[in-house]
Design a protein around this ligand. Structure first.
Ligand code: APR
Length: 174
């Protein structure tokens, strides 16, 4: 399992994979953070296609082409905004990862890169988010050999350390 889940530090807009995931908002009309970076790199056709999707619910996902990105597809998912943890945020974050992987499978994507969903502007605590992400991805991959590799593409070393630790804990059966 280890080799099918990898943690790297980098810029997700530069990754040459079948699909990259966008930590979007429910409008799907762009924003800051990784959403802004992906739209800038993909070019205006991405927003034009997003306009045809009429938004997306938190925890769900929608797929578009990648346009000027090296990635073939962009899978957009609005993560939950952290509100203290009593509003189903954990389940919604897990649903983001699962929904994206289901769309990846349905579209023949074998390599999928994720950013750290909800841990920026949406303030989801990193330790908890990284554990949810890694466990949800591992759970999905166990039943879906069609997906060859999933990477967490972390923008900074601090984020990367949390995802590495979550993966180590998974391997150690913690
Ligand atoms: N590549 C990889 N990761 C990135 C990049 C990039 N180019 N740019 C930012 N990130 C990281 C951030 O450092 C953070 O760790 O993505 C993670 C998610 O942070 P945000 O982009 O703020 O996303 P999120 O917390 O899910 O908030 C979503 O922010 O940009 C708006 O439109 C977006 O309203 C939505 C909200």
């Amino acid at each position: 399992m280890q080799e099918r889940i990898q943690i790297i530090q980098g810029d997700i807009t530069r990754q040459n994979v079948d699909a990259i995931v966008n930590a979007a908002n429910c409008s799907l009309l762009g924003g800051g953070g990784v959403d802004g970076a992906i739209h800038r790199a993909a070019g205006p056709e991405l927003l034009a296609e997003c306009r045809t999707l009429h938004g997306c619910e938190t925890g769900k996902a929608k797929i578009t082409k990648g346009y000027r990105l090296p990635a073939k597809y962009v899978i957009h998912t609005p993560g939950p905004i952290w509100q203290g943890g009593r509003y189903g945020e954990r389940e919604l974050l897990a649903s983001c990862y699962r929904s994206c992987l289901e769309l990846a499978s349905a579209n023949g994507c074998k390599t999928v890169d994720f950013p750290s969903i909800s841990t920026g502007v949406y303030h989801f605590p990193l330790k908890c988010a990284s554990q949810i992400a890694i466990r949800t991805i591992a759970g999905y991959l166990a039943g879906h050999p069609e997906i060859e590799r999933v990477r967490m593409v972390c923008f900074d070393a601090d984020t990367e350390s949390f995802y590495r630790r979550a993966l180590e804990e998974l391997e150690a059966g913690v």
